[in-house]
Every structure is written in C-alpha cells, then in structure tokens.
Ligand binder design. Structure first.
Ligand code: PLP
Length: 397
C-alpha cells in the first residue's frame, strides 16, 4: 500500500482553481519556491563557484535522474537529465541510427508531438544520407515496423487524445525485425505505470514539467538501456558528457555511463526545484496512482457526456487504451476553453478542435471532477463562449 491520494497538501493550488492541465505544466509543489530562493541567495549568492562542489551542484543531475528512474522501472544510473526534451529526442535518434548504419528508415506516427518529428527532420537534413521518416497513422504502426526500419520512435501517450500505445508489443515487434526502439514518455512519466526494464527498449526520453511538476522549462531526461550504453556514440558530444570534463582534453572521450548523454552545464536552479518536486512521489504506489487516474477520468467522461451532448469524446473510451487525460472535440473548442478557464477550471486547447483535460491524482479528487463538469455544463448549455472576448487567440493555447 502506498500513501493515500490525493496529496493536495504538498502543492500550492490557487484558491478557486480546479487544475486540469497538469499534463501540460504541473502545479507548484510546496517547498519549491523556498528551495529556489535558498539556491539563489545562499548557494549562488554566498558560496559562488565553490557551490559546484560544496553545495553538491555537480551531483544534482544524477541524483534527480535516479529519482525519475525509480518512477519508470529503470535502474539507478540509467537516466541522465538536462537540456529540453527536443534535444533528448535528437540525441536518442542520432544514437539509434548509428546502431543500424545499413538501414535508412525512421518510423514514427502522425500522432506524435510535432517537435519529435521536426527534430527527426532536422537530423535527417544534417546527416544527408538519404534517411526517410515514415509517419503512418498510430493504429497502423505495428504493421509498418518492417525489416528496413532502423529506429522506431514513438510517444506512448498521444498529446491530443490521450490514446496510448502498448509499449511491450511494439518494442517486441521492433526488436523482432532488428530495429532500435525509442519511447517518448513525456505524457507517461508520473501518469501511467511504466516498466522500462521489462520493456527492454534501448532508449526512452521525456520531460519533467508535465506530470512531474518540475516547473516551466524543467530539464528533460534520457534513458539508455544499461547493457548498450558503453557503445553509444553521442551526436552532441559536449564536455559534460566527457569521461573527465575537467581534464580539458582536446579530444572527446565519452563517459562510461548514461552521463555521456549530457551536453553542457546543468540548469541548477531548475534541477533543485525538480528535486524538491520529486519528493512528492515518496511512498506513492504507481499502480494505485494509475487506478486513481482511471477513476477520475472515467468519472469525468461519464459526467461531461451526460451533461454536454455538444461535445464528442476524442479519447479512447476504454481506460486501458488511454493515458491520464481526456479530450473532447468541439467546433468552438477554443472559445469554450477560454470561457471555462475564466470560471476557474483550467484545461487547454489543441488545434483544430480539441479541448484537453489532464487528470493528476496527486492533487485532484472526486469533488474537483464533479465541480468541473458542472462549470463545463453551464458554459455549454448557456453558450457563454459566444462572448466576443473569448474568441481572440493568445500565443500559447
Ligand atoms: C511536451 C512534449 C515535447 C516538448 O519538448 P520540449 O523540448 O520540452 O519543448 C516534446 N515531445 C513530446 C512528445 C511532448 O509531449
């Protein structure tokens, strides 16, 4: 048995807000602001450069990586942190392609997050060796894994609909044809049960500002399967992935660990905040967290469908095929979401017509779901979204 959920007392949730956007930016954990202040004033302010050693800054990327590994069924030392997810996608893909030099196909799907596909396109351009990126529909991926594929690069949970790929069967298929498997766990880490060791994929990447609550721009992570890490050739061979950064060698020699996937100076402020945020997970049983997520999501679907016939469920109805978010399609989804947000229920919108609601059992309960459904019903039944002030699009939706 894990600790009881939710753990609202661990978070600073503004009065009057029901936050259904933890899939995009997690809420502020209690203690994070104080920790950031302490790192700034005491460590940076007083200790200055000595803090790299004396305040343990240099060890922070690895300590945080180990905490994330524990949530993903990965062994200690198998996860490196830093940079942003887009960078980690590039690194994983570049390393995977080097492992299969005779093959020229990258397989993803057209439900992947655009940045993952953009990074693949950029890498293809840089390599200039005739690589091809294939993006079939998510439901056609399994059949598209053929023996000309060098790397399969997929995001487990679809950012628009929450539809979830089966990591085990896809990884098995990739390995059966000799392809390298890369999983993007951006919408999985801290949201669904993941067992990287059992899955056996070569690489996994993800970010820490969604369900892990690390704050805007928090560092990303990359997992490399321990048995292959010594043979991985990093494309971004920065000095902090060097075996001995302070030897100041003229030639690159990768660290003999996942640390070789680090690039430059670690973002200490963000890492310290993330370390604080990860304390919230102490004693949380991921199986119980998943059960709570499914219960909240199922309740939300039931309540919203009963109250709002205007909305069409855009997520899988079957919880086992869905991550920790629920999406509804609605022609006036942008305006409707702005209206709902104005009434304290925060979700978000993804073009062309998807209203997204994330469910984070660490800080949401049954009453929150019922109250949110009530507000959504009022906005749709009374067509409150027709007010012109809700039609203007902001830069970030
Ligand atoms: C959120 C997300 C990203 C964002 O990448 P950043 O480099 O952190 O901006 C990339 N890929 C996926 C699948 C995501 O969900």
């Amino acid at each position: 048995m894990g600790v009881a959920l939710p753990r609202k007392e661990f978070f600073e949730i503004p009065e009057g807000v029901i936050y259904l956007d933890g899939n995009s930016l997690g809420v502020l954990p209690r203690g994070a602001a104080e920790r950031a202040g302490q790192v700034i004033t005491q460590e940076w302010g007083n200790q200055l450069i000595r803090a790299w050693n004396d305040a343990g800054w240099m060890a922070l990327p690895q300590i945080v990586g180990d905490s994330i590994a524990a949530l993903l069924g990965a062994p200690k030392g198998s996860i490196a942190t830093g940079d942003t997810l887009s960078i980690k996608v590039y690194q994983a893909l570049a390393a995977a392609l080097k492992m299969r030099p005779e093959r020229k196909v990258i397989l993803s799907d057209n439900g992947n997050f655009p940045s993952d596909l953009y990074m693949a396109q950029g890498l293809i351009g840089t390599l200039a060796q005739g690589y091809e990126l294939r993006t079939p529909a998510p439901e056609d991926v399994l059949e598209a894994i053929t023996d000309d594929v060098a790397a399969v690069m997929l995001t487990q949970v679809d950012y628009r609909t929450g539809r979830m790929h089966d990591m085990d069967s896809i990884t098995r298929r990739a390995h059966a044809v000799g392809a390298v498997m890369i999983w993007d766990l951006a919408h999985s880490a801290g949201a669904v049960e993941v067992d990287l060791a059992a899955c056996n994929a070569e690489f996994a990447v993800g970010c820490s500002y969604k369900y892990l609550n690390g704050g805007p721009g928090a560092p990303a992570f990359i997992y490399v399967r321990p048995d292959i890490v010594d043979g991985i050739e990093p494309a971004l061979s920065g000095w902090l992935g060097h075996e001995a950064p302070f030897a100041m060698d003229l030639d690159y020699r990768p660290a003999m660990a996942t640390e070789r996937m680090r690039v430059g100076t670690p973002p200490i402020l963000q890492l310290a905040v993330l370390q604080e945020a990860l304390k919230v997970w102490d004693g949380v049983d991921m199986c119980e967290l998943r059960a709570a997520s499914v219960a909240l999501s199922d309740l939300f679907i039931q309540e919203v469908e009963a109250r709002c016939p205007q909305l069409r469920l855009a997520s899988p109805r079957n919880a086992s095929e869905r991550g920790s978010q629920v999406s509804f399609a609605f022609e006036h989804g942008y305006a409707a979401m702005q209206t709902i947000i104005d009434r304290g229920v925060i979700g978000d919108f993804r073009a062309p017509n998807v209203m997204r609601f994330g469910f984070t059992p660490l800080y949401l309960d049954h009453d929150d779901v019922m109250a949110a459904a009530q507000i959504i019903q009022e906005v749709l039944t009374e067509e409150l979204w027709r007010d012109p002030k809700y039609q203007v699009r902001a830069a970030v939706t």
